[in-house]
Unconditional design. Structure first.
Length: 176
Protein backbone atom coordinates (compact mmCIF):
# COMPACT_ATOMS: atom_id res chain seq x y z
CA UNK A 1 0.00 0.00 0.00
CA UNK A 2 2.87 2.41 0.76
CA UNK A 3 4.45 1.90 -2.64
CA UNK A 4 1.21 2.78 -4.41
CA UNK A 5 0.74 6.14 -2.58
CA UNK A 6 4.37 7.20 -2.81
CA UNK A 7 5.18 9.77 -5.51
CA UNK A 8 8.81 9.27 -6.42
CA UNK A 9 9.15 12.62 -8.24
CA UNK A 10 8.06 14.67 -5.22
CA UNK A 11 10.32 12.81 -2.81
CA UNK A 12 13.37 13.11 -5.08
CA UNK A 13 12.73 16.79 -5.90
CA UNK A 14 14.69 18.18 -2.84
CA UNK A 15 17.60 15.88 -3.68
CA UNK A 16 17.61 17.02 -7.32
CA UNK A 17 17.46 20.70 -6.26
CA UNK A 18 20.39 20.13 -3.88
CA UNK A 19 22.41 18.44 -6.62
CA UNK A 20 21.64 21.30 -9.04
CA UNK A 21 22.79 23.87 -6.49
CA UNK A 22 25.99 21.91 -5.84
CA UNK A 23 26.66 21.70 -9.60
CA UNK A 24 26.15 25.47 -9.94
CA UNK A 25 28.58 26.16 -7.08
CA UNK A 26 31.07 23.72 -8.57
CA UNK A 27 30.91 25.56 -11.92
CA UNK A 28 31.41 28.90 -10.15
CA UNK A 29 34.40 27.48 -8.31
CA UNK A 30 35.84 26.13 -11.56
CA UNK A 31 35.44 29.55 -13.23
CA UNK A 32 37.09 31.21 -10.24
CA UNK A 33 39.95 28.70 -10.41
CA UNK A 34 40.46 29.42 -14.13
CA UNK A 35 40.51 33.15 -13.38
CA UNK A 36 43.15 32.64 -10.68
CA UNK A 37 45.25 30.57 -13.08
CA UNK A 38 45.02 33.30 -15.73
CA UNK A 39 45.89 36.04 -13.23
CA UNK A 40 48.85 34.08 -11.89
CA UNK A 41 50.11 33.57 -15.44
CA UNK A 42 49.90 37.34 -16.00
CA UNK A 43 51.73 37.91 -12.72
CA UNK A 44 54.49 35.50 -13.68
CA UNK A 45 54.97 36.86 -17.19
CA UNK A 46 54.44 40.60 -16.62
CA UNK A 47 54.31 41.78 -13.02
CA UNK A 48 57.23 39.83 -11.53
CA UNK A 49 59.71 41.02 -14.18
CA UNK A 50 58.54 44.59 -13.53
CA UNK A 51 59.07 44.16 -9.80
CA UNK A 52 62.51 42.65 -10.36
CA UNK A 53 63.38 45.61 -12.60
CA UNK A 54 62.35 48.02 -9.79
CA UNK A 55 64.52 46.27 -7.20
CA UNK A 56 67.76 48.28 -7.76
CA UNK A 57 65.87 51.54 -7.34
CA UNK A 58 64.20 50.19 -4.23
CA UNK A 59 67.55 49.08 -2.81
CA UNK A 60 68.98 52.55 -3.47
CA UNK A 61 65.96 54.12 -1.79
CA UNK A 62 66.36 51.83 1.23
CA UNK A 63 70.04 52.80 1.46
CA UNK A 64 69.11 56.49 1.34
CA UNK A 65 66.52 55.95 4.07
CA UNK A 66 69.09 54.14 6.23
CA UNK A 67 71.59 56.97 5.77
CA UNK A 68 68.90 59.54 6.54
CA UNK A 69 68.04 57.62 9.70
CA UNK A 70 71.71 57.71 10.73
CA UNK A 71 71.82 61.43 9.95
CA UNK A 72 68.73 62.09 12.09
CA UNK A 73 70.26 60.09 14.96
CA UNK A 74 73.49 62.11 14.70
CA UNK A 75 71.55 65.40 14.67
CA UNK A 76 69.62 64.19 17.73
CA UNK A 77 72.88 63.51 19.59
CA UNK A 78 74.20 66.94 18.62
CA UNK A 79 70.95 68.54 19.78
CA UNK A 80 71.18 66.74 23.12
CA UNK A 81 74.75 67.99 23.60
CA UNK A 82 73.76 71.57 22.74
CA UNK A 83 70.75 71.40 25.08
CA UNK A 84 73.04 70.21 27.86
CA UNK A 85 75.37 73.15 27.19
CA UNK A 86 72.43 75.56 27.26
CA UNK A 87 71.28 74.10 30.56
CA UNK A 88 74.77 74.49 32.04
CA UNK A 89 74.95 78.07 30.74
CA UNK A 90 71.55 78.87 32.26
CA UNK A 91 72.76 77.49 35.59
CA UNK A 92 75.99 79.52 35.38
CA UNK A 93 74.08 82.71 34.64
CA UNK A 94 71.21 81.92 37.04
CA UNK A 95 68.63 82.13 34.26
CA UNK A 96 65.48 80.36 35.43
CA UNK A 97 63.58 78.25 32.98
CA UNK A 98 60.15 78.73 34.55
CA UNK A 99 58.40 81.55 36.37
CA UNK A 100 57.49 79.23 39.25
CA UNK A 101 61.13 78.33 39.66
CA UNK A 102 61.96 82.04 39.95
CA UNK A 103 59.50 82.38 42.80
CA UNK A 104 60.65 79.22 44.53
CA UNK A 105 64.34 80.05 44.12
CA UNK A 106 63.80 83.56 45.41
CA UNK A 107 62.04 82.14 48.48
CA UNK A 108 64.52 79.25 48.57
CA UNK A 109 62.03 77.05 50.43
CA UNK A 110 61.77 74.37 47.77
CA UNK A 111 64.72 75.27 45.59
CA UNK A 112 67.65 72.94 45.31
CA UNK A 113 70.77 74.07 47.08
CA UNK A 114 73.27 75.32 44.55
CA UNK A 115 76.07 72.81 44.07
CA UNK A 116 79.52 74.09 44.80
CA UNK A 117 81.19 72.42 41.84
CA UNK A 118 78.78 72.76 38.95
CA UNK A 119 79.60 71.51 35.45
CA UNK A 120 80.86 74.23 33.17
CA UNK A 121 81.05 74.87 29.44
CA UNK A 122 84.42 76.51 29.90
CA UNK A 123 87.78 74.94 29.29
CA UNK A 124 89.33 74.03 32.66
CA UNK A 125 92.75 75.34 31.65
CA UNK A 126 91.90 78.55 29.80
CA UNK A 127 88.48 79.37 31.26
CA UNK A 128 87.19 80.12 27.75
CA UNK A 129 83.84 78.84 26.52
CA UNK A 130 84.15 75.90 24.12
CA UNK A 131 81.07 74.98 22.10
CA UNK A 132 80.20 71.37 21.39
CA UNK A 133 81.30 70.37 17.91
CA UNK A 134 78.22 69.77 15.78
CA UNK A 135 77.76 68.73 12.18
CA UNK A 136 78.02 71.25 9.37
CA UNK A 137 75.27 71.21 6.80
CA UNK A 138 77.85 71.72 4.07
CA UNK A 139 79.13 68.23 4.83
CA UNK A 140 75.76 66.66 4.08
CA UNK A 141 73.88 68.96 1.72
CA UNK A 142 75.07 70.81 -1.34
CA UNK A 143 73.22 73.73 -2.90
CA UNK A 144 71.19 72.86 -5.97
CA UNK A 145 73.06 73.13 -9.21
CA UNK A 146 76.56 72.19 -10.31
CA UNK A 147 79.43 73.14 -8.04
CA UNK A 148 82.40 75.00 -9.40
CA UNK A 149 85.56 72.95 -9.13
CA UNK A 150 87.27 75.44 -6.80
CA UNK A 151 84.40 75.28 -4.29
CA UNK A 152 84.35 71.49 -4.33
CA UNK A 153 87.89 71.40 -2.91
CA UNK A 154 88.71 71.43 0.74
CA UNK A 155 90.12 74.65 2.20
CA UNK A 156 93.54 72.95 2.14
CA UNK A 157 93.24 72.52 -1.64
CA UNK A 158 93.24 68.72 -1.39
CA UNK A 159 91.46 67.36 -4.46
CA UNK A 160 91.33 63.78 -3.17
CA UNK A 161 88.67 64.71 -0.65
CA UNK A 162 86.53 66.77 -3.01
CA UNK A 163 82.87 65.85 -3.17
CA UNK A 164 81.93 63.97 -6.28
CA UNK A 165 79.05 65.59 -8.18
CA UNK A 166 77.50 62.17 -8.81
CA UNK A 167 76.67 61.71 -5.11
CA UNK A 168 73.12 62.53 -4.16
CA UNK A 169 72.88 65.65 -2.00
CA UNK A 170 70.04 64.49 0.22
CA UNK A 171 71.35 61.09 1.24
CA UNK A 172 72.48 62.13 4.67
CA UNK A 173 76.03 60.87 4.26
CA UNK A 174 78.93 63.22 4.75
CA UNK A 175 80.89 64.13 1.69
CA UNK A 176 84.49 63.11 1.70
Amino acid sequence: AYFQTCNLDEELKPVVVGIDRMMLRLEEFENCLELVKAESAVALTQNIPRLVALRPGLNALCDRIDRLDQFVAMVGKNLDAVEKQVQIAEEELDIPDKTLNVLLKSLNFFGKPKPTNRPSNRNAETGIYEPVPVFKTEQYFRPNGPEPEEEARNPDGDESEAASPSEDCDTGTPEK
